[in-house]
Design a protein around this ligand. Structure first.
Ligand code: NAD
Length: 657
């Protein structure tokens, strides 16, 4: 028979008055429905009413009118005799649930919809216990029901489309966000992705490579309100254990980690027992865990995201659900700041596959074997932000300015110094290209931050020495500085968006000076920094002009006089970098930094930069003028000519001792 319409649903019967049942009853009663709450005993019913009252008070709602709409009974049949919708929330036992469904089928009116709140059991098996399988549906709320807005609406094998539509409408009517699962797959959407996500974190606790704090800090870094182990402690380590077992029972390849087993064996379920991954003041008393923010770059959180994306790809390729519903479910149900597919597009589908391949090789686990859907996306060039299309479509634009590539990726401009065979040495075309690319980013209001990086093994190894050696007079040099180099530096300083240097490799000479000029800087751990101009008889003009505002005199002069190469950690310590991280994560940390700057209004950022430049202007203008005069003279001196020649011939200059 055709499903009733939303207006026809007035009475709702909730079977089971436990953690979920009382919350479901509350939510329906808060939205005009007359609710009958059924349990096998009086005690859970009275506890349920107390809990509902307290919850309403916490929500600032007047409890009276809502409680007036709730009737409690231990007589299931009377509770079902004139119901329009049953929501079953009894313990997770298929035989018990089949009994409840068979009895409800007998007792409830013909038009009534029979829904189950099961987390892990097949909806179809419950539907098979009735003579109305097309009217049986999964309605999976999340705990605590009044606070978490997600409802997974699950179709059993025979559930009719009109029943799915009605369940979606009902969920929306009680203020929830429904997502639809067209198939009754183990774990549905949320638990399938949660397993993939959490198990990758748990694996590291077993092998001891990372601890819970480092992993939680890294996930929080992506904007999650809590790390995975904080969430597991909050939700119940035992609850997740049961989910894992249920997935295993339904032939999903699940590996339960040793750490997880041990915690369950020790009855350390998290907050509810006072002990889990972390300790709590007393059983049941929540206290926010103090996760050390400074550890947030120790673990690559995209390993967990990649595992979640692989699980999502399986759901999509098997026509279980849609991209939008995957992302909505994780945002709404698990407070992800962005959905897994949005994260994947941002990170790059090709890089997601690389991570998965590595994890697969490391563990041999099927869950990491990259799903063919992801491989097909790569074949089609759908890599995410970097090609303008991945799971979703994005604003994307590329332009070449000589040896400098400009790319818009969503709200970020990416400027790439692209002379990899010359270690991105800054010749005239590179300086001019850099300036033009900066202008392009400047003119685009949707660009919120500009990242400058180098292609290949270097950020930039500095100015183009053979080009400099070709100058025949100080005037020629001065003209180049005035017309090519200084305007590019001015454009860099005056750029109205935050500039972020992303270094992964060599940043020496002008390369190091560009890092100094940028507002923010991130480097991979193999990067090296240095100002070796003195070794060729020249000098680093920007450092002398600009360096004292971010690096002290001693370090500055050590850099400028020794020509030594400094590590990323040293560069970080001296104030040249915001973060030195492992190379794999460097582009992500730079992108995250770009996103973080979008917390500030674009106009505020412009003002901050104007004020900062104002502080520096006197120094820079005077000092730069002196420094460039010096440079022009130095290059034409005996030392300069000899030094350039020695550099080009790969010989040691005569002054070195
Ligand atoms: P619970 O143990 O807190 O409550 C179950 C209630 O059902 C108890 O009050 C029990 O007395 C009652 N009951 C048992 N047999 C009954 C029967 N024959 N008729 C009527 N009442 C009966 O369990 P819960 O955590 O509320 O879970 C209920 C369902 O919701 C399960 O299917 C579970 O998988 C699912 N679920 C739980 C959560 C969660 O976080 N707890 C989240 C989503 C879904």
């Amino acid at each position: 028979m055709a499903a009733p319409s939303l207006e026809d649903i007035e009475t709702v019967t909730v079977i089971g008055a436990g953690s979920m049942g009382h919350g479901i009853a509350q939510v329906f009663a808060m939205h005009r429905y007359d609710v009958t709450l059924v349990d096998i005993e009086e005690e859970p019913l009275s506890t349920a009413l107390e809990n509902i009252e307290q919850s309403l008070e916490r929500l600032g709602e007047e409890p009276g009118p809502v409680l007036d709409r709730i009737t409690t009974t231990t007589d299931r049949n009377s509770g079902l005799s004139d119901t329009d919708l049953m929501v079953e929330a009894t313990p997770e036992d298929i035989d018990l649930k089949r009994d409840v469904f068979a009895a409800a089928d007998e007792a409830a009116p013909e038009h009534a919809i029979l829904a189950t709140n099961t987390s892990t059991l097949p909806v179809t098996e419950m539907a098979d216990a009735t003579d109305r399988p097309e009217q049986v549906v999964g309605m999976h709320f999340s705990n605590p029901v009044p606070l978490i807005d997600l409802v997974e609406v699950i179709s059993g094998e025979q559930t009719s489309d009109s029943v799915i539509e009605l369940t979606v409408a009902l969920s929306e009517d009680v203020g929830k966000t429904p997502v639809i699962l067209e198939k009754d797959v183990p774990g549905f959407l949320l638990n399938r992705i949660n397993y993939a996500f959490w198990s990758e974190g748990l694996r590291h606790l077993d092998d001891g490579r990372h601890d819970a704090e480092a992993i939680d800090a890294s996930i929080r870094r992506l904007g999650f309100p809590m790390g995975p182990f904080e969430v597991l402690d909050f939700a119940g380590i035992d609850v997740f254990y049961m989910v894992c077992q249920a997935l295993q029972d339904r032939d999903v390849p699940v590996v339960i980690s040793e750490t997880h087993e041990n915690l369950v064996e020790a009855d350390a379920y998290g907050m509810k027992t006072g002990e889990g991954f972390y300790d709590y003041p007393s059983p049941g008393e929540y206290a926010r865990v103090d996760i050390p923010r400074e550890r947030r770059h120790e673990y690559n959180p995209y390993q967990m995201i990649a595992s979640a994306v692989n699980a999502a790809a399986w759901l999509l390729d098997n026509d279980v659900t849609t991209m939008e519903d995957v992302d909505t479910a994780m945002r709404t149900g698990m407070s992800w700041p962005r959905g897994p597919l949005e994260f994947a597009d941002e990170y790059g589908i090709d890089r997601i596959i690389e991570l998965l391949e590595r994890l697969h090789e490391e563990t041999g686990r099927e869950q990491y074997d990259p799903h063919p859907l992801l491989e097909r996306m790569v074949e089609q060039g759908r890599l995410g932000w970097k090609t303008g299309e991945g799971f979703y479509e994005y604003d994307h634009e590329t332009t070449s300015f000589g040896s400098v590539e400009y790319e818009r990726r969503e709200f970020v401009a990416r400027i790439v110094l692209d002379r990899p065979d010359k270690l991105n040495a800054m010749d005239e075309s590179a300086w001019r290209g850099l300036r033009a690319a900066l202008e392009q980013a400047r003119g685009d209001d949707d660009i919120r931050a500009t990242i400058v990086e180098g292609s290949g093994r270097a950020f930039s190894a500095g100015d183009d020495i053979p080009e400099m050696a070709g100058w025949e007079s100080s005037d020629e040099c001065q003209e180049y500085l005035d017309e090519v180099l200084l305007p590019a530096i001015k454009a860099f300083r005056a750029h109205p968006k935050p500039t972020i240097a992303l270094v992964d490799g060599i940043a020496t000479g002008a390369g190091c000076e560009l890092v100094l000029l940028s507002d923010l800087a991130v480097a991979g751990d193999g990067s090296r920094f240095g100002q070796p101009e003195g070794t060729i008889g020249a000098l680093p003009p920007i450092w002398l002009a600009h360096g004292t505002t971010s690096v002290g005199k001693k370090k500055l002069l050590e850099l400028a006089t020794t020509g030594d190469l400094f590590t990323a950690t040293e560069a970080h310590e001296m104030g040249l970098l915001n973060y030195a991280v492992d190379s794999e994560q460097a582009p992500d940390v730079a992108r995250e930094l770009a996103r973080s700057t979008t917390a500030s209004a674009p106009g505020s950022i412009e003002s901050i930069k104007t004020i900062w430049n104002g502080v520096e202007d006197d120094l820079v203008d005077d000092w730069l003028a002196t420094a460039t005069d010096e440079l022009a003279e130095r290059l034409m001196s005996d030392e300069g000519r000899h030094g350039l020649e020695a550099f080009i011939e790969d010989e040691t200059p005569r002054w070195e001792r």
